[in-house]
Every structure is written in C-alpha cells, then in structure tokens.
Design a protein. Sequence first.
Length: 335
Amino acid sequence: MIIQRVVLNSRPGKNGVPVAENFRMEAASLPDKITDGQVQARTLYLSVDPYMRCRMNEDTGSDYLLPWQLSEVADGGGIGVVEESKHANFAKGDIVTSFNWPWQTKVILDGRLLQKLDPQLVDGHLSYFLGAAGITGLTSFLGIKEKGHVTQGANQTMVVSGAAGACGSLAGQIGRLEGCSRVVGICGTDEKCSILVSEMGFDAAINYKKGNVAEQLHELCPAGVDVYFDNVGGDISDAVINQMNQNSHIILCGQISQYNKDVPYPPPLPPAVEEIQKARNITRERFLVLNYMDKHEASILQLCQWIKEGKLKVKETVVKGLENIGGKMLHHFLA
Ligand SMILES: NC(=O)c1ccc[n+]([C@@H]2O[C@H](COP(=O)([O-])OP(=O)(O)OC[C@H]3O[C@@H](n4cnc5c(N)ncnc54)[C@H](OP(=O)(O)O)[C@@H]3O)[C@@H](O)[C@H]2O)c1
C-alpha cells in the first residue's frame, strides 16, 4: 500500500528559525497485511506543537523528548480511525489516538501504543481530543491545579502569557473557573486581545508588541499578580515577575520565546529578576503534564463537561492537507 508521509529534511540549527524546507513530503509503502497485535488506521488529525521545535535539533535538551531523525518520518499527537485491527481492544471504525502518531496518511501501529477515544465526550468534534480535551487542556488544567495554588474566594489575580495560544486561552478561562477574580492575558495582536476579552472572559489583555508591557500590567493588575501562567518566558515574563506578590506562584508551562535559542530548559532568570523571585518567595517549579498521567482521565472528563456546558470556549486552527504541516508548524516559531 502506498501512503504519503512527511519526513525531516534538514535541521534549522539550534539557534536557527525553522523554514518550510526543513520538511519534505514523500511517498512510502506500508505492508499490505498487519500482524497480531497491530492496528491499521487512517490519519484524521495531527497536532502541531511548540515542543516540536526541540525535536528538530540533534539533541532535544530533554530526556523525555527524542529528536526526529533526518529523512525519517516525523511524529506527534494524532488521531485516526481504525481500518483493520488484529488487537483485541480495537475494532474497525474505532477512533484512536497516540502521542507518537507518524505524520503519514495511514499508519500501522502496535495496539499497545493506542488509546480508544469516545467521540460522544466531545459531541463528535474529534479534533478537540488534540486540544481542549487532550494534552493542551490537560496542560492548562493540571498546571493550574498542581502549581497554581488557586483558591476559590481568595481574590487572586492571574496573568497568562501566550494567552491567545492553545494552552493560554484555556488557562485563563480555567483560572477563572477555579476561582481567580481577575484574569489578564498577554498576546501579540489587537485582534487576539479583543477575542480574549469579548469571547474568552478575560478581564483585560495586553498586546506585547505595542506599548510598555510593565506599565500596562501595573495599571491592569492594581493588586499585583498572584498566579502567573507562563507560556513564553523572556522579557515578558521578567515584566510579570516584577509585579508579582509575596508568596505568589508561577506555573512554568513553557518558554516559547526561547525555543529557537540554544539555552537550557527552563532558562535561568536574569539575576535581578531571580533576586525578586527569591525575595518574594515566588514558586517557579518545573511542570510537565506527562508527569500526571494518573490524573488525565478524570481531568479530561472535567474539561469535556465544561466544554459541553459552554463554560470553556474553544478556538482551533485547523489546516487541511498533510503537505501543509511543515509550513503550519512554522507559525508557532516565527510569531
Ligand atoms: N509543560 C507542559 O507539559 C506543556 C505541555 C504542552 C505545551 N507546553 C508549552 O506551552 C506553551 C504554549 O503551547 P501552545 O500549544 O499553547 O502553543 P501555541 O498554541 O502555538 O501558542 C503559542 C503562542 O505563543 C506566542 N508566541 C510565540 N512566540 C512568542 C515570543 N517569542 N514571545 C511571546 N509570545 C510568543 C504566539 O502568539 P502571539 O505572539 O501572537 O501572542 C503563539 O500563538 C509552549 O511553551 C509549550 O511548549 C507545555
């Protein structure tokens, strides 16, 4: 059987900005027959995520992330429909997912690597399983639960960077659902700011590409910042940390502004900012959603319930065509 797949064509270099030519689409063949324990599925959705930038390097800098190999198929979170199964847990027509779904039109996978999904949980909106009802939603929800110290009625102010991104837009809403009384987002366009406030229930949003972030934060967070959901790191985070209260908490979700740079993860704070962090006893512990696998199932149920109730608004970017996946990926790193 001939399929199409996307392989890593070249590496951008540790400090380089990725380009579309870093990926190549090509035809490949899959065996016509599957063996015991295997499942053949047709790919429906693939997730393109910032951490993939690290997988484009020879050394990802993380022990839990393997680098993609040159001329080999890339992979990541994916969903498909089973076409043939020789694994007892799966039957034709089942919707299945894996964290390591190859970027190809059809796949043959070991059934032990797959999880079955219940489309009813998302009212048939399957792509949500790669977003709000998948790792993205879990990251926002568990980040807040595990590292945010958010308490109902405590009158806390939350700031979210990368606020219009997949994790950020959910984090602000979940922060509110969990009890924050004020939620302020930071993102890169006026249009995104406006959507955060008018559709996602943020109290205010700052366009970091316009004006002075520190001044705007000061104005918009008059009681200081109690919880900071940090997706981006760098200058934006330095400005937020400056305005954080005593005994406040950073949810160290990601540091996207640093992913095209050869720096360790998490990148150290500049000395003056680190001094503030220590003097004010601000927690900044590493958070990794995969460390909480035992909480994923129950958390997905909560997220799906909020989505069904209309309490969690979801916006997605869906690009059609496997041939566009490399180009789509670049939007994450060229912002
Ligand atoms: N800890 C975990 O377990 C875990 C799990 C999943 C994801 N993450 C992390 O969560 C973060 C967000 O992921 P996501 O899936 O939500 O990404 P996303 O949907 O791609 O959103 C990220 C947004 O960040 C903004 N951005 C990009 N470069 C930036 C820069 N240099 N400075 C400031 N903002 C920049 C962009 O929007 P604007 O510039 O327009 O605002 C972009 O849309 C990433 O750092 C990712 O690695 C962590």
